[in-house]
Design a protein around this ligand. Structure first.
Ligand SMILES: Cc1cc2nc3c(=O)[nH]c(=O)nc-3n(C[C@H](O)[C@H](O)[C@H](O)COP(=O)(O)OP(=O)(O)OC[C@H]3O[C@@H](n4cnc5c(N)ncnc54)[C@H](O)[C@@H]3O)c2cc1C
Length: 427
């Protein structure tokens, strides 16, 4: 009898370049694909109960719908159940006589706790599990150092990994998959009412199919990669940057796929500073994962990963907090960015650096509150990149400089010289 494997989907919502799926299929096992839906309630973290737009939720549901469609072509459906994974997964294991659970390893605190609880509950019913590491561009086993030797400064890390850069090949998409028959109800997404503002940089749609389209269009159709290094600090439009982040965050797209597509582009069109720079940014993404793994919950503390004593917090000022959220601080550059975020779930990297710096250094607020708000609303929320970048801007992360202050007036002059961005969102 064929072995039965439960594939627990987390932030790896795809069928291409999926090591766990590939291994399960090539072993001849029958597969039960499962997603456990447990959205976070942010009201406990955000004082004054700000409105949380439904963009990320919608994007996530679209991603699941797309994944479900892929599985339907293999004569089954994706099981989507509410609840706690550590309860739901073992229950399904017992119900369908599962032999092993495959899952992508996560490194952040809550996710690791969840893994420990799941391991305990699976041990109790004697079902083994196996972790896979497909979320980063560089496989953790290919790093040229142990985690405890991870340099605390990005440039040192980058030089060490670039000296021996090894990116594994993508795993082929299976053509034929044996499945565990199941009787769970079919997935019917309940989309939130999330009215996207027509001024949005891009109409993001969740799922692997859309992710592949965006990858293709950014590189091959619009040829935007060619000038990425010059355009990446832009504020308006679809193509000043790749906009891959939301798909990367829930794993509809893998960083490895981006890497290999860039290499193809370099071989057939052009290899220049811009093509290098996209990979460089993906190294940042990998780096923040490792930082979180190395420092654990320190990254969520006021002092972050440094021993620096903060002059903060100057208390929690709910009025200031809400003015920042609502784009009513009176600083037009900050306000335009915050309104874009609220109305679309997206903000450029330049905008994020400015609004974060303003929140911490100009408003004198506890940086973690800003990070919580971003966590709640960002379409591309990724625990590692969000908290790592916030700590960095707040001066308590991986930055040799203590005070990473952005002069927002100067930044607006440089990056929105004609005021078009401020006009777009405020007038
Ligand atoms: C305060 C703050 C919070 C942030 N929170 C997040 C977050 O929750 N999720 C997230 O994906 N990014 C976050 N970023 C990083 C960055 O702003 C976004 O990745 C980027 O703006 C997404 O747009 P893009 O895909 O067009 O990026 P591009 O410029 O096209 O970059 C390509 C990819 O490289 C990666 N990348 C680029 N810049 C960074 C960076 N600074 N740190 C880590 N990875 C990077 C992303 O995966 C991105 O999709 C944050 C930055 C700041 C300053």
């Amino acid at each position: 009898m064929a072995k039965k494997i439960l594939l627990w989907y987390r932030n790896d919502l795809r069928i291409s370049d999926h090591e766990a799926l590939h291994e399960a299929v090539t072993s001849g096992a029958e597969i039960l694909p499962v997603y456990v839906d447990h959205p976070t309630d942010y009201s406990q973290y955000l004082p004054g109960n700000p409105e949380i737009p439904g963009f990320r939720r919608k994007f996530q549901l679209e991603s699941l719908q797309n994944l479900d469609q892929q599985w339907r072509s293999w004569n089954t459906s994706l099981i989507v159940l509410p609840g706690k994974p550590e309860d739901v997964i073992p229950e399904l294991c017992s119900k369908y006589s599962i032999d092993e659970v495959f899952l992508q390893a996560e490194k952040a605190h809550d996710e690791s706790q969840q893994q420990r609880k799941l391991e305990r509950n699976l041990s109790a019913i004697q079902v083994p599990w196996k972790y896979f590491y497909g979320a980063s561009m560089i496989h953790p086993d290919d790093l040229p150092f142990d985690l405890h030797d991870l340099p605390d400064i990005f440039t040192q890390y980058r030089k060490r990994v670039e000296a021996r850069l090894k990116i594994r090949d993508c795993f082929p998409t299976p053509t034929k998959v044996e499945v565990v028959p199941h009787q769970e109800s079919e997935f019917v997404p309940q989309f939130p009412d999330a009215q996207l503002d027509p001024r949005c940089a891009l109409t993001f749609q969740g799922g692997e199919t859309e992710a592949q389209k965006r990858l293709h269009s950014y590189l091959w159709e619009s040829d935007s990669l060619r000038n990425y290094k010059e355009t990446r600090n832009g504020l308006i439009g679809a193509d000043y940057s790749s906009k891959f982040s939301a798909w990367l965050a829930n794993g509809s797209l893998s960083a490895r796929q981006v890497f290999h597509e860039v290499k193809k582009y370099e071989a057939s069109r052009i290899a220049n500073d811009s093509t290098y720079w996209l990979i460089f940014e993906l190294l940042w993404r990998d780096y923040f994962r490792l930082v979180m793994e190395k420092f654990g919950t320190d990254l969520f503390s006021l002092e972050g990963i440094t021993a620096r004593k903060q002059k903060q917090p100057q208390g929690l000022d709910i009025v200031k907090f809400h003015k920042w959220i609502d784009g009513k601080t009176g600083n037009r550059f900050i306000d335009a960015n915050m309104i874009e975020l609220k109305r679309t779930g997206f903000m450029s990297n330049r905008g994020r650096q400015n609004v974060a710096s303003y929140f911490v250094h100009d408003l004198g607020m506890d940086w973690r509150l800003g990070a919580w708000y971003f966590e709640a609303v960002l379409l591309d929320y990724d625990v590692y990149s969000n908290w790592g970048n916030w700590a960095y801007v707040a001066g308590v992360g991986n930055d040799p400089r203590e005070n990473r202050y952005f002069n927002t007036a100067r930044q607006a002059d440089m990056y929105d010289a004609d005021g078009a961005y401020r006009k777009l969102w405020l007038d």
